[in-house]
Design a protein around this ligand. Structure first.
Ligand code: 5AD
Length: 367
């Protein structure tokens, strides 16, 4: 019963798989609201009401991977491939810094060429220099070698996001090509490597995938816990019409957006309840399902938001899923809207702060 689980949480007792399952299955409006409220309470107690910002720059959509769900997979001929120039990235970084965002994220398709690796290294250095070391730098560039992770860390990056997509290797193999380039084990090993190298490590999953069960989602939460993850970024799976997964599971598109959104929100809430001191980002994909979806993510326990600051002319080419918000927004427009909404909900924006994961600092060996 949900009431028993909420009671266990209040008494500070550990949660087992069955308890997590109960949280995820709390579908009735009253039960759903109770789970969200509990996560909000825990977030406030542990982290206060600050929301940290990471300005997101989508550096390039050139990608070596062919993930069945993703709009920028290499076999999608329907998009124009781009790579921003160094100057364009640095101008956006400068804007982020002037807006006092505190941190930025450089994200791109997976590219392991030596030119790209060197480009990212130069960009990280230049961003560190232009902001006098004030901007926190997060990278999200997929699976790379240990040497590359080390190079980028040495240049000044300190956080890395790499979603495991699903903690179940079997489900992973259903939504990716079955070849060595798409290996669940490699991805898990990359997460370990990132941690060993010294990054704050973020991972996440897609919620509501075809073939995914509630028990898979419970396993995802346990995976975050067992991997001792510092940051979580997860959002609903949203169909991209030009992908194999959209065709493999056509009945899936009949699923109600509202159900998909609510399940994702309860997953965020359950993660906050289970792991009170990690950073959790509210995903842009939540907003693809409902206009205020990202705000709801914050109310469900997320404490980080990543406003997209990518130049408008590139946004159309970085559509991971259908209905991605902000496609036509001019530079600062997305941000203005986000700021107004966060403040209206009573949260404080963490200007000029890195807003590191408390969990990361807690797990550092004391010297
Ligand atoms: N729906 C939701 N999220 C998606 N991503 C890629 N395609 C989709 C989709 N159709 C997410 C993946 C990836 C991140 C960059 O975008 O989780 O790790």
């Amino acid at each position: 019963m949900l009431r028993d689980v909420l009671d266990r949480i209040d008494r500070g007792l550990p949660l087992g798989r069955q308890d997590l399952r109960t949280l995820l299955l709390a579908e009735s409006p009253a039960d759903h609201a109770a789970v969200i409220a509990k996560a909000g309470e825990i977030r406030k107690r542990q982290l206060g009401n600050t929301v940290y910002l990471r300005g997101l720059i989508e550096v390039s959509n050139i990608c070596a991977k062919d993930c069945y769900y993703c709009g920028i997979r290499k076999s999608n001929p329907g998009i124009v491939r781009y790579q921003m120039s160094e100057q364009e990235v640095l101008e956006e970084a400068e804007w982020i810094w002037c807006q006092r965002f505190g941190s930025l994220v450089l994200q791109g398709g997976e590219n392991t060429s030596s030119e790209f690796i060197a480009l990212i290294e130069r960009l990280v250095r230049a961003i560190r220099d232009l902001s006098h070391g004030e901007l926190g730098i997060t990278l999200s560039m997929g699976e790379q070698s240990e040497a590359t992770y080390r190079r980028w860390l040495a240049a000044g990056a300190h956080r890395y996001l790499l979603r495991i997509e699903t903690s179940d290797p079997k489900l992973y193999s259903q939504i990716h090509p079955r070849d060595p380039a798409h290996s669940w084990e490699t991805r898990r090993d990359c997460l370990r490597r990132l941690r060993d190298v010294g990054y704050q490590v973020g991972t996440g999953v897609m919620i509501g995938l075809p073939f995914q069960t509630v028990d898979d989602l419970v396993d995802d939460l346990v995976f975050f816990q067992e991997m001792d993850i510092d940051m979580i970024g997860m959002g609903p799976y949203v169909i991209h019409h030009e992908t194999p997964l959209a065709k493999m599971a056509p009945e899936f598109s009949a699923r109600k957006k509202e159900e998909q959104l609510c399940l994702a929100l309860r997953m965020i809430a359950a993660a906050r309840i289970l792991l009170p001191d990690v950073n959790i980002a509210t995903a842009t994909a939540l907003q693809a399902l409902r206009d205020d979806g990202r705000d709801q993510g914050i109310q469900a326990g997320a404490n980080v938001i990543m406003p997209n600051v990518t130049e408008t002319r590139y946004r159309r080419s970085y559509q991971l899923y259908d209905n991605k918000p902000g496609l036509d927004d001019a530079g600062g427009e997305t941000w203005d809207r986000i700021r107004t909404r966060i403040e209206a909900l009573g949260y404080t924006i963490g200007y000029n702060q890195w807003g590191d994961s408390q969990h990361f600092h807690r797990r550092q060996p004391k010297s």
